[in-house]
Design a protein around this ligand. Structure first.
Ligand code: HEC
Ligand code: HEC
Length: 257
């Protein structure tokens, strides 16, 4: 174990890799070649070791920005040229939250191996990106859309969904696969909001026109509403699209029989 760096290593981030090989001058000291000005010494490290090499702290900082999909000024007072630039300042609540998160991640990583019955080496490490996946507040899309709908119904819910899809599609932040709007619709249906549920499913057909599961779920919602004919039509469509959908076949037989 290397004195002083273990705490950061417990993050499971890039920070420690290669730290033995890299002969780093202590922060703020040492000879720097090329006449580059020596960087300001770091004055407010409370959870990273006080003597952590600057390069490693900055690598961790880069990992933070990537994991959360933010820039340095999300946590730091950094206004650029002519403005205030004070990385040591703790005035942004997000910086304090990040400290708490580092401790939380350490705590998880300490307890995780025992929970899964593996050695510390064999267990997967949790990092910021494990939860955050490129967003600062890593809420599930089903919760975000359902929350938006609490105010303005399915119209507001779908507007939120489309907004997120435009911004994040193709990335790792949110699940835009076939099942997402289906899950959102099922939640609406359980909350006695059948029309909202149908609106979500109808929208899902825009993105996945051949989704047998979407038709199958529409049938469930319609049947619960007492619209048996509509349910049968949707189940027929579900089976047509996916002849191996045994569940839809059985439900169709039950409804017809
Ligand atoms: C998610 C929040 C977050 C982001 C984003 C972030 N930092 Fe930090 N930064 C922190 C925290 C928390 C500390 C304090 C660590 C400690 O207490 O040991 C810190 C400390 C620092 C320090 C040491 C300051 C001192 O003097 O004590 C520097 C330098 C720094 N960050 C640079 C950066 C740079 C450059 C970026 C962008 C690439 C960045 N940070 C992005 C949270 C963040
Ligand atoms: C176990 C999952 C998990 C891990 C690991 C995790 N976070 Fe978080 N983090 C969350 C959740 C959930 C929230 C949102 C809490 C809320 O609703 O305000 C959050 C919120 C935050 C916030 C506040 C964002 C804001 O705008 O209010 C910051 C900053 C943050 N995390 C930084 C980090 C950093 C840096 C790491 C890695 C050291 C990390 N988190 C690791 C789950 C996690």
């Amino acid at each position: 174990m290397i004195r002083g760096t273990n705490g950061i290593a417990a993050l499971g981030l890039v920070l420690l890799s290669g730290s033995i090989a890299v002969a780093q001058p202590p922060a703020g000291g040492g000879q720097r070649g090329g006449g580059a000005p020596a960087p300001q010494p770091m004055t407010n490290l409370q959870i990273f070791p006080k003597d952590a090499p600057r390069q490693q702290v900055l690598q961790t900082m880069n990992a933070f920005t990537q994991a959360l999909g933010v820039q340095c000024n999300y946590c730091h007072v950094q206004e650029g040229r002519g403005g205030r630039n004070d990385m040591a300042s703790d005035e942004k609540p997000t910086k304090k939250a990040a400290r708490g998160m580092v401790l939380l991640a350490r705590d998880i990583n300490e307890k995780l191996p025992a929970a899964v019955g593996k050695s510390a080496d064999a267990a997967t490490r949790v990092g910021c990106a494990t939860c955050h996946r490129g967003v600062a507040i890593p809420k599930q899309i089903t919760d975000i859309v359902t929350d938006a709908a609490a105010g303005g119904g399915a119209t507001a819910g779908l507007a939120k969904f489309r907004e997120l899809r435009t911004q994040y599609y193709g990335g790792q932040s949110y699940d835009f696969s076939e099942g997402s709007l289906i899950a959102i619709a099922q939640r609406a249906n359980q909350a006695q909001k059948a029309d909202d549920a149908l609106a979500y499913l109808q929208a899902n057909l825009e993105f996945y026109p051949k989704s047998s599961r979407t038709y199958q779920t529409m049938a469930q919602v319609k049947n619960a509403k007492g619209d048996k004919d509509g349910a049968i039509k949707d189940l027929e469509k579900a089976v047509e699209l996916e002849p191996n959908n045994q569940q839809a076949k059985m439900q169709l037989q039950q409804l017809k029989g």
